[in-house]
Design a protein around this ligand. Structure first.
Ligand SMILES: Cc1ncc(COP(=O)(O)O)c(C=O)c1O
Length: 422
């Protein structure tokens, strides 16, 4: 019998029969509260009726209008609509299928446009599993192992992970910016640096909001040395953090913005945005692919953006995010294994640490797995496996947030009492 490869690891044993909103019905007949949203993808919830209808309608008119052969209306409409949200300077967009492809596209564009070789990424960052993307990914060695030789011209700079460093946020930012300047003196001179790439909230690397002063420090150095700033909003974008884009809280102006995941509620599409001037410096024909900017995915993306606007989901993410974080902080007071609670909007996390201050991956794994028995789906993250991320759809309501906290509390009770018995 042919089976799914064990290379693809599944965080839960659930097989989905049907899904709606923040709920997944398993083939086991259990209704699970889904606080994973398919890793931050189902922004409007599973199978939002308006998104379903838009995709259905599109399927009946054209499915695949290959975008480098013929243009199609959904892509033109999506591009115009994105203009309502993109930073003003980013007036040119092209499309791909996945986050990693968008990362590859952004790196290629940055190198072509600047004629410089080096990319500066940050420790703990996650940008995908394709060759170039994994070369700038340090959210875990598992993403890099056995892909050697990695892409050249990559410099990994320290990240101001204050909790881990045992520093205040200000101290961590000062430390990381100082090291960044040192990198310009020791590893790559600024005139060989094409771009910085950073997620405004580190995703797989542990759900770490980047301190605004760090984002500003990067931008300051970028402007001084003509280095581009690429913001990877693949996970943090499209309302997830309670603002449409997570970088705006720092008031920085990216040169390239990439996004995917939540933009189409589960249909595969990603976007790479830059100024027309910058795009003009890229080599025509060097970007694009067979499926990039698929018509059905584009139609789903348009309706996703409509729903986000009409249902006030960015505001909901801010409000429900505050409620979720308050609930997690209450749990932290009760359960000392929770060392840190952090996040922005509906991108929240709890980090488990032992009495010695060291990462407690065993407890994190027991909680994430134990939550399944409480009919709550959660995801692990962080290079050391000791972080759980809590990432419901932007449509989540107050009752669902409270229910998730209750189920998480019951899971923590069981896991910590089992540990005490041992
Ligand atoms: C910030 C970020 N960049 C890039 C990627 C890669 O996206 P994909 O898995 O669609 O290739 C991810 C996926 O989790 C991500 O979170």
């Amino acid at each position: 019998m042919v089976q799914i490869s064990p290379i693809v690891r599944q965080a839960t044993p659930v097989i989905v029969e049907q899904a709606e909103g923040n709920w997944i019905l398993g083939t086991d007949g259990v209704r699970y509260l889904d606080f994973t949203s398919g890793i931050g993808v189902t922004s409007t919830g599973h199978c939002h009726p308006r998104v379903v209808e838009a995709a259905r309608k599109q399927i009946g008119s054209v499915i695949h209008a290959q975008a480098t052969t013929v243009m199609h209306k959904p892509l033109l409409e999506l591009t115009e609509k994105l203009g309502d949200y993109l930073p003003e300077n980013l007036d040119s967009v092209f499309y791909a299928n996945s986050g990693a492809e968008a990362v590859e596209g952004a790196l290629r564009l940055a190198r072509q446009a600047t004629n410089r070789p080096n990319i500066i990424a940050f420790q703990g960052g996650f940008h995908g599993r394709t060759s170039g993307a994994s070369s700038i990914t340090t959210a875990g060695t598992k993403f890099r192992n056995s892909t050697v030789p990695l892409m050249g011209g990559v410099v990994i700079a320290p990240f101001p992970y204050a909790y881990r460093l045992g520093m205040t946020e200000d101290e961590a930012v000062r430390f990381a910016l100082r090291e960044l300047d040192y990198i310009f003196a020791t590893v790559t001179s600024p005139h060989e640096a094409a771009a910085f790439i950073i997620e405004p909230v580190l995703g797989d690397g542990g759900y770490l909001p980047v301190p605004v002063e760090f984002l500003r420090g990067i931008e300051e150095r970028a402007r001084k040395h003509d280095v581009l700033v690429i913001v990877d909003e693949i996970q943090s974008g499209v309302g997830r953090t309670g603002e449409f884009w997570a970088h705006t809280r720092a008031g920085i102006t990216p040169d390239i913005l990439i996004t995917a995941k939540g933009i189409a509620s589960g249909f595969p599409i990603s976007a790479i945005a830059a100024s027309t001037e910058l795009m003009a410096k890229g080599l025509p024909g060097s970007q694009g692919g067979t499926y990039g900017g698929n018509a059905v995915a584009a139609a789903a993306a348009i309706e996703t953006l409509n729903v986000i606007k009409d249902e006030g989901l960015v505001q909901n993410a801010a409000e429900r995010g505050a409620q979720l974080q308050a609930g997690l902080k209450r749990l932290q007071e009760r359960f000392p294994v929770i060392g840190d609670v952090r996040g922005l909007g509906l991108m929240q996390a709890i980090e488990f640490t032992g009495d010695d201050g060291e990462a407690d991956a065993a407890t994190a794994a027991a909680v994430q797995q134990g939550a399944v028995s409480e009919e709550l789906l959660l995801l692990p993250c962080g290079p050391l496996g000791n972080v759980i991320r809590i990432v419901p759809a932007l449509t989540v309501n107050a009752e669902e947030v409270e229910l998730a906290i209750e189920r998480l509390e019951r899971t923590l009770e069981k896991v910590t009492s089992a540990a005490a018995v041992k």
